[in-house]
Design a protein around this ligand. Structure first.
Ligand code: HEM
Length: 355
């Protein structure tokens, strides 16, 4: 099944992209798993030390230790690149170890978590965005758009336990970055420094897009975050990954034949396949005429119905490198919405583990 999927996807491509070869990827995955062992001694966590919850207020990633008697602060732990890379490695290894989920990877749902954490941003009120991880709390966790994201949050909880110094906000975005890279997407540069907020910072329902609607709605929603037409189309290419679930959004099925590998196939399929309404009792969605195994949402179809959007769909369908370049840029922008990074915040590209 997986092999047929990949063969079909490869056959669809006109331009070869070496990284796309899935078989070597699998071989590499089987032989090349690496375990990271350079965690700083401080994190190995003797019981003599407890983490000070309020340390987040320090800002800029500085973390203080208190001993159990709550006495003086002898140490400051300021996580460095190596520390975040260790978290990346942990997530990447967990992705490899939990292949019995969905199409074989938690990667897509991690990308969706990072996107829904960020996509609540409102450029006018400067509320929402990836700074806060407020989806931990009801009511935001119960918003219809966030249905199913508990799977991603639960997947990351052991990582948070192992690396308690990282904020949920930084962890969720790091997981999105890791998932994109490990699913053979482009490098996604990362800056740390997000701070968790409490329930009072939860955003109101309705900030994320409604899949049943068309281009006007997409523009309203994404312009509110500060994106333009080109960026909207580039972001939507993430739908090369993952699938819809009837028990989450109500929709059903994947967009592409290789839902755990990031490619420009979403655009190619949008243009090249014939799409028809699916006959079923669920919400209105499209299926491909040929195999009836792929899907498009009404909101996806708006990208080929709208003239301006369509120009970008054509560009990305024709040029995977252009898609990767633009996708990386726009995803970095998305993942940084609403984060007040200090000027000297470093930007890192993490080393891939299994990709
Ligand atoms: C353009 C407006 C968008 C709409 C209307 C939309 C809607 C949806 C819906 C209905 C699902 C299915 C959820 C489920 O049933 O599990 C979904 C899944 C997904 N979305 Fe979007 N989305 C949009 C934009 C984006 C963006 C900007 C990204 C990331 C940059 C993204 C990434 C994903 C991923 C990776 C999945 C698969 C999740 C999984 O497999 O569990 N989407 N989206």
């Amino acid at each position: 099944m997986a092999t047929a999927t990949r063969t079909f996807t490869r056959a669809l491509r006109t331009s070869a992209r070496p990284a796309f070869a899935a078989a070597p990827r699998i071989a590499f995955r089987q032989s090349g798993r690496r375990f990271y062992s350079s965690e700083p001694a401080a994190k190995k966590g003797s019981s003599a030390w407890v983490w000070l919850v309020g340390a987040a207020a320090v800002g800029g990633g500085g973390w203080y230790y208190l001993n159990q008697q709550g006495s003086a602060l002898p140490k400051v732990f300021k996580p460095k690149f190596e520390d975040y890379q260790a978290v990346y490695n942990e997530i990447a290894n967990r992705l490899e170890e939990n292949e019995d989920y969905d199409d074989g990877s938690y990667g897509p749902v991690l990308v969706r978590l990072a996107w829904h954490a960020s996509g609540t941003y409102d450029v006018n009120t400067k509320t929402g965005g990836s700074n806060g991880a407020t989806m931990r709390f009801s009511p935001e966790s119960d918003h219809g758009a966030n249905a199913g994201l508990k799977a991603a949050r639960d997947f990351l909880e052991p990582v948070k336990q192992k690396f308690p110094w990282i904020t949920y906000s930084d962890l969720w975005i790091l997981a999105g970055v890791c998932a994109i890279q490990e699913m053979l997407g482009p490098d996604v540069p990362y800056r740390p420094g997000r701070q968790d907020k409490d329930v009072s910072a939860c955003t109101p329902d309705g900030r994320l897009p409604d899949a049943a609607q068309g281009q006007d709605h997409l523009r309203n929603i994404f312009y509110r975050m500060g994106f333009n037409d080109q960026e909207i189309v580039a972001l939507a290419g993430a739908h090369a990954l993952g699938r819809c679930h009837t028990d989450r959004s109500g929709y059903s099925g994947p967009w592409t034949f290789s839902p755990t590998v990031l490619t420009n196939d979403y655009y190619r399929l949008l243009l090249e396949e014939k799409w028809q309404w699916k006959k079923w009792n669920g919400p209105k969605q499209y299926e491909d005429k040929k195999t009836k195994s792929l899907m498009m949402l009404p909101a996806d179809m708006a990208l080929v119905e709208d003239k301006k959007f369509r120009e970008w769909v054509k560009k990305y369908a024709a040029d995977n490198d252009l898609f990767f370049k633009d996708f990386s840029n726009v995803v970095v922008k998305l993942f940084e919405l609403g984060v007040p990074f200090p000027e000297d915040t470093p930007q890192w590209v993490f080393k891939r583990v299994n990709a």
